[in-house]
Design a protein around this ligand. Structure first.
Ligand code: AMP
Ligand code: GLY
Length: 423
C-alpha cells in the first residue's frame, strides 16, 4: 500500500514509525514532514492547510490511505475535501472534528448526554460574561471557544484576573476569532490523564493511557506548552477507572456524536481529570496527542494500518487492540525560551546514537535538514523516548538517551515522570 501522512511534527514521526513497521506499507509519503520523518518516508513540501494540493498529490501517487495528524486541518475540513477526491482518509470529517474545534459544542454535548465534566456557561457577549464572574467561585477557568494552539485556556485566581481574561479573549481577541465565544467553567483538581482511543463511528477501542507535562518548567512551573514530556501507562489510571470511563464517558461520547449526525471516525483523545468525584472530561481532541503518541504508539502491538482501515471501514469491532506489557517515557528536548521567543538553526549532534538500539527512539518535532546537517527549527525540537520493563526503567533510559544529543540552547525538564514515584 501507499500511505500519505499529513503533518510534520513528533506526532507524525511517531505515526510514520508505526506505519513503517507495517508489512502492508510499501511506500510512505509525508507532507510536509521533517528531517527525522525523511529517514522513513519521502517528504514533500506541501503545507497542511493546502487541501487541494494535498489531494492532487495523493491522487498522483495513488495513495491507498491518507492519515491526518494535526488539529487545524481536521477542524477546517481536510477530510471532506480529500474524500471528495475519492481518497480513503483516517481522521474525522469537519462535522465530527468540531468535537475539538469548538469547546462550546463539546461542553453542550457533554451536558446533553450526561457525560461528566466541569460545570460551565457559554458566552458570546463580554458584558454577560463579566456579569457571570460576579456569581462564580475562584479560581475559575476561561476558555476561548475555538482552536488557539493549546493556549486558549486561562486559570484565574481572582475576579480581577478573570475580568482581564474575558477582556483578552473576547474584546482584545488575543486568540483571534477563537475568542468570539467563550466558556467559563468550574476549576477542578486531581491528576490529569490522557486517553487516546480509536473510533469507527460505532465502536470505540481504548489505547494504553498516558500523562503529559504541559508546563515549561520543573515542578509544573512556567508557561503552558504543547507538552514537555509524557509517560505511558499512567499508574493512576486503574482498571476500575478504565471500566468507569468506558461506560460513562467513552461509549456515550461516540454514541452522542452519531446521534447528533456527526459520526466520529479517527482518534478521540480524552483529556481527563481524576477528581474526588470521579473522572471528568477536561477536553476532547480529535487527533493523537503530541507527545502522547510518542509513548503510546511504540507500545502498540497491532499493525496500525489494520486498525486505521477498520476505523474508516466501520469494522473496528473485529480488532483486538493490544499493547506491550512495559512502559515508555518521552522527554522533549526544546529550544531555550520556548514557549516564548527562541532561536533556530543550531546544529544537532548525537542523532546517530539511536541507530540499531531497540527501545530507544528519537522523534523529530522541529528540525530541518541543511547543508551542514540537521538543525533545530522549532520550540519543541526532539522527543527522546525509551521503553523499559517498568516506568522507572523507562525514565532512566530516556534521560540517559537525552545526554546523547547536543545542540546550542538545548532545554528540557528534569522531572518528567516524577509522579511515578508517588504511585
Ligand atoms: P485544555 O486545553 O482544555 O486541555 O486545558 C489546558 C489545561 O488547562 C489542562 O490540561 C488543565 O491542566 C487545565 N484545565 C483546563 N480546564 C480545567 C478545569 N476545569 N479545571 C482545572 N484545570 C483545567
Ligand atoms: N499533549 C497535548 C496535546 O497534544 O494536545
Amino acid at each position: 500500500m501507499t500511505v500519505l501522512i499529513v503533518g510534520g511534527g513528533g506526532r507524525e514521526h511517531a505515526i510514520a514509525y508505526a506505519v513503517s513497521k507495517s508489512a502492508k506499507a510499501d511506500k510512505i509519503y509525508c507532507v510536509p514532514g521533517n528531517a527525522g520523518i525523511a529517514g522513513i518516508a519521502e517528504c514533500v513540501d506541501i503545507q497542511v492547510m493546502d487541501f487541494e494540493e494535498i489531494a492532487r498529490f495523493a491522487k498522483k501517487v495513488k495513495a491507498d490511505l491518507v492519515i491526518v495528524g494535526p488539529d487545524d486541518p481536521l477542524a477546517a475540513g481536510i477530510v471532506d475535501v480529500l474524500q471528495g477526491y475519492g481518497l480513503k482518509v483516517f481522521g474525522p470529517d469537519g462535522k465530527a472534528a468540531i468535537l475539538e474545534g469548538s469547546k462550546a459544542f463539546s461542553k453542550d454535548l457533554m451536558k446533553k448526554y450526561n457525560i461528566p465534566t466541569a460545570k460551565y456557561e457559554v458566552f458570546d457577549n463580554a458584558d454577560k460574561a463579566m456579569a457571570y464572574l460576579e456569581t462564580v467561585s475562584y479560581p475559575v477557568v476561561l476558555k476561548a471557544d475555538g482552536l488557539a494552539l493549546g493556549k486558549g485556556v486561562l486559570i484565574c485566581e481572582t475576579q480581577e484576573a478573570a475580568r482581564d481574561g474575558v477582556k483578552q479573549i473576547m474584546m482584545d481577541k488575543k486568540f483571534g476569532i477563537a475568542g468570539n465565544r467563550m466558556v467559563i467553567e468550574e476549576y477542578m483538581t486531581g491528576r490529569e490523564v490522557s486517553v487516546l482511543t480509536f473510533c469507527d463511528g460505532k465502536t470505540i477501542k481504548v489505547m494504553s493511557s498516558a500523562q503529559d507535562h504541559k508546563r515549561a518548567g520543573d515542578g509544573d512551573t512556567g508557561l503552558n506548552t504543547g507538552g514537555m514530556g509524557t509517560f505511558s501507562p499512567s499508574p493512576f489510571y486503574t482498571a476500575k477507572i478504565d471500566e468507569y470511563c468506558k461506560k460513562n464517558i467513552y461509549k456515550p461520547t461516540v454514541d452522542a456524536m452519531t446521534d447528533e449526525g456527526r459520526p466520529f471516525k479517527g482518534v478521540i483523545f480524552f483529556g481527563l481529570m481524576l477528581t474526588e468525584d470521579g473522572p471528568k472530561v477536561l477536553e476532547f481532541n480529535a487527533r493523537f496527542g503530541d507527545p502522547e503518541a510518542q509513548v503510546v504508539l511504540p507500545r502498540m502491538k497491532n499493525d496500525i494500518i489494520d486498525v486505521m482501515l477498520a476505523c474508516v471501514d466501520g469494522t473496528l469491532g473485529k480488532i483486538k487492540l493490544e499493547f506491550e506489557d512495559n512502559a515508555a517515557v518521552c522527554v522533549m528536548l526544546a529550544s531555550q525560551g520556548y514557549p516564548g521567543k527562541y532561536e533556530r538553526g543550531f546544529l544537532i549532534s548525537g542523532l546517530e546514537q539511536f541507530k540499531g538500539k531497540d527501545d530507544y527512539y528519537v522523534f523529530h518535532s522541529g528540525t530541518k535538514k541543511t547543508g551542514k546537517g540537521i538543525v533545530t527549527n522549532g520550540g519543541r525540537v526532539l522527543g527522546v523516548t525509551a521503553k523499559g520493563n517498568d516506568l522507572k526503567d523507562a525514565r532512566r533510559k530516556a534521560y540517559e538517551a537525552c545526554e546523547w544529543i547536543d545542540f546550542d540552547n538545548k532545554y528540557m525538564r528534569h522531572d518528567i515522570g516524577k509522579a511515578i514515584d508517588e504511585a
